[in-house]
Each structure stands twice: as C-alpha cells, then as structure tokens.
Write a new protein. Sequence first.
Length: 259
Amino acid sequence: MTLDEQQQTSRRSYGPEIAIVLLLSLGQSAVYSIVSLTAKLTADRPLAQQTTTLNPTISPRPYLDLTYQVLGIFFALIPVALALYLLARDRIRASDLGIDYRRPGYDLGWGAGLAAGIGLPGLLLVWAALQLGINAQIAPSGLNPYWWTVPVLVVSAVQNAVLEEVIVVGYLVTRLRSTALAPVWIIAASAVLRGSYHLYQGFGGFIGNAIMGVVFALFYLKTKRVMPLIVAHSLLDIVAFVGYQSLPDEWLTWLEYSA
C-alpha cells in the first residue's frame, strides 16, 4: 500500500472514530439534553418556570457525596485521554493542539479576555431567553455547603473546560481539518455540538453556547492553542458555580423572582 493509500484509509476511519469518541462523551450528553428539553417542553409548567440544577447533590451523606463528586469528575475526563491517545497515534501531540505551559502569560491573558468578552453578553442572553420563555432557570450549584464544596466546584469547572475544549475544539477540529470539509463547516460542526449538549437549559442555552462555539473555534483555527480556551471556560464556570454557591439566599430568591 502506498503512502497516499494509507492516508486515504486513515482519513476514512476518522468518521467511525469521531462518532465513538463523541458518543462516549459530549455526543452522549447532547442526546440526553434533547431528551431533557423534550421532557421540559411537555411538562405541565412553562419552560421558564422550570429549574435546571448543575452540580447536584448525589447523597445526603457528606463524604459519600464527596466520593461521588470526585468519581464523576475523574471518569468525565477519560474521553479526553482517549481523544489525545488517538491523536498521538497519528503523531499529533497535545502540544500540537496548544495544550502545554510554554506561553502562560499569553494563555492567561487571552483566556481572561475571552471570559470577559463572553461572560457579560452571555448573562444578558440568558436573562433575555428567560423573559421570552425559551430557557429554564439555571441553578449552577445544588451542593450542600460543606468544607469541600467550593474546591469541588472549582475542580468541576476545570474538568468541564478540559473536557469540552479538548474534545469539541482540539480533537474535533483537528480531525475534521484532515478531511475535505471547508473551515466554515468545521466551525459550524463544533458550534452546533457545543450548543446541542446545552439544550437541557433551553433554546437560550443552545444559542449562547453555539455562539461561544463559533468564537472558540475561530480562535483555535487562528492560534492553534487550546489552553486559552480552557482558561476562559474555567473562569466562566468558576465564577458561575462558586458565585452562585456563595450568594445569600435572599439574592437567589430575588433572581428567580425577577426571571
């Protein structure tokens, strides 16, 4: 078999590979999100009067709950290891995706800038979606207030960022670029996937995250670095998770009432 034939065979195998990786990770989440949204839309209450809770308490027993939380974070990262392993078999290292510590200032600076640029418009979009009745109310944390709650929320935020940015941007965009797919369709595929596994929040969650997906995919195609995206996503989730956990109950009641 010639080199060209080997490359063509390898490219043909990417379709099943991408499907398997996604169905083990965020593609699976997308399917469950569609089911969750369908359940909300067919419930006896309007969508805007329903609440979606992130980081829920799994057990009323504190240390058993901690065990479940840690295990959930650990196993959620296994698809990341699989994706990086599959890329490494084709001699594409994590550093080739910009997942390294060679440019900490650049990564932190751009990450903070992206978080700031996306965070406030994102809040406004969620508020507008609630007013239009196309989004559920979002409770970023349902954990009970233990000593380990904030550290777990921070680690959960970083886990979300690593999982989503490595799979949806680093892995998926890299694999799709090896095909004849035009950049606009690669960006669209990444953005639609990102939006789809947030459908459990409602249509506002889909729209907001799809827009974020376009920005992040464009940034990666321009810079070839995933680290700033991980930083940005981590900051967004940390502020949401820890901020919600730390807000006084009367503030939360007012926010829910105003929505």
